[in-house]
Design a protein around this ligand. Structure first.
Ligand code: ACO
Length: 400
């Protein structure tokens, strides 16, 4: 509906690509996605193989340092993570500034950004040793901050990390242990959490990653850049979708909508089917397949049943046979089944995007480094097609 002739003339040729669907913003050697074939590989390794075999820390090292670590390197890095799992006393006071019931995503992004204040020597990373230290601090502390933000939101005292526990077990300990009674998750629960984090670790130029790269392209420090990624992730079209899926399924469980009625509303464009659709995947999202299987296994192994799982499966089946969804290549994405796993682990819905952020931290770091390692990269600065009024003179206040 824009009258092109009335637009101010710009010099040069501009590609108009709303939402950047056809714009390659950078070159990257980190993650490969083939949306037609449903392929996702990190540094060349398929996500299915990583999900099956790798721990979250190993996958993080692969993404950030470019190759799978040796046993020795992995152990050394785990020690570094344990060394940096605590928060500076001053940083702990930040939590008191948030109201009871404060949003864990807001707390997470604010506290991660503030980390830079407590590690000024890492604001200008000069070499590989400093980078490794900053990586260890972020990967380790994001988990502590996430768990503390949950405790804060419930008005509970913090549960400090235990350096003897693995990354995922330690997180569950900080979330759910109470004084004099350590929370002891099953091995299956710990493995499911690790798999959840592996599957979320990176996904090339998605909105939050692009945000981190964009902020990083100004040469903003690593802490500020990844904190902006957390904000970008928050929205329900991105990392907030996992919580939105559970809210949608719960409404159906409570009888507010039947599956078919809800899908009719979606087709009338009154609402969206959350956890469905993807900018790049047009046949299936390999992460959704891995997570669906993992959710099934976890429920089976734990002897749990989740009524939301049945509704999710009914929704998927019905949508996949419907012309509206078929013709638009809409399939379950990573967020459709991930919430079932998180629920089975006892994680509350307001923490779901936070869980995504813990998982995505290695990807953000890897992309920030790629952007900043090459000093010839240009500041990200898209152009626009101006659609506002043509020239008009300023009118003094008494003449308006
Ligand atoms: N439900 C219903 N219709 C949809 C959905 C959906 N979930 N997703 C896309 N469509 C429709 C659109 O209405 C549009 O239809 P039209 O051609 O009749 O206008 C068509 O499919 C294309 O949709 P776009 O919005 O152009 O697709 P885009 O690539 O911009 O959006 C997105 C991708 C944001 C993921 C979208 O599919 C969506 O909103 N999904 C639901 C939210 C969600 O699950 N987000 C998580 C994505 S994965 C992640 O970020 C980790």
């Amino acid at each position: 509906g824009i009258d092109i002739t009335s637009l101010e003339k710009d010099t040069g040729l501009l590609a108009f690509d709303p939402g950047y669907g056809n714009t390659g913003s950078c070159q990257s050697a980190i993650t490969f996605v083939d949306g037609e074939k449903g392929i996702l590989r990190h540094r060349g390794i398929p996500i299915e193989q990583l999900a099956e075999n790798s721990s979250f820390i190993e996958a993080a090292m692969l993404l950030i340092f470019g190759k799978l670590p040796t046993a020795e390197d992995r152990t050394a890095f785990r020690h570094l993570l344990s060394e940096h799992e605590l928060l500076h006393e001053g940083l702990l006071h930040h939590f008191d500034g948030f109201p009871p019931g404060g949003q864990p995503m807001a707390i997470l992004s604010a506290v991660i950004n503030s980390l830079g204040n407590y590690h000024p020597e890492l604001l200008e990373i000069q070499n590989a040793v400093e980078f490794r230290l900053a990586v260890a601090k972020l990967i380790s502390k994001v988990r502590t901050i996430a768990a503390f933000s949950y405790r804060k939101s419930l008005g509970l005292p913090f549960m400090y990390p235990d350096p003897n526990l693995s990354y995922c077990r330690n997180f569950l300990h900080m979330m759910f242990s109470v004084p004099n009674r350590d929370y002891e998750p099953t091995d299956q629960a710990v493995a499911a959490l690790s798999l959840f984090l592996v599957v979320h670790a990176d996904h090339e130029q998605n909105c939050s990653c692009s945000t981190v790269r964009m902020v990083g392209s100004t040469r903003a420090n690593l802490f500020a850049s990844v904190s902006s990624g957390i904000c970008a992730l928050w929205g329900r079209l991105h990392g907030g979708a996992n919580a939105a899926v559970i809210q949608m399924l719960t409404q159906m469980l409570e009888g507010r909508y039947k599956v078919k009625t809800f899908l009719e509303m979606v087709k009338r464009k009154e609402t969206r089917l959350m956890g469905f659709g993807h900018r790049v995947y047009k046949n299936f999202d390999p992460r959704a397949r891995v997570l669906k299987k993992a959710a099934d296994n976890l429920l089976l192994q734990s002897g749990l049943s989740d009524p939301l799982m049945e509704i999710a499966q009914e929704l998927e089946e019905t949508a996949l046979h419907d012309d509206y969804f078929q013709s638009r290549s809409l399939y379950p994405n990573v967020d459709f089944y991930s919430g079932i796993i998180l629920r089975a682990l006892g994680i509350p819905v307001n923490m779901f995007p936070v869980m995504f952020a813990i998982g995505r931290m290695p990807g953000w770091i890897a992309h920030w480094q790629e952007e900043n390692l090459d000093i010839t990269t240009r500041i990200h600065r898209p152009r626009q097609i101006y659609t506002g009024p043509p020239y008009r003179p300023y009118v003094p206040l008494d003449k308006r």
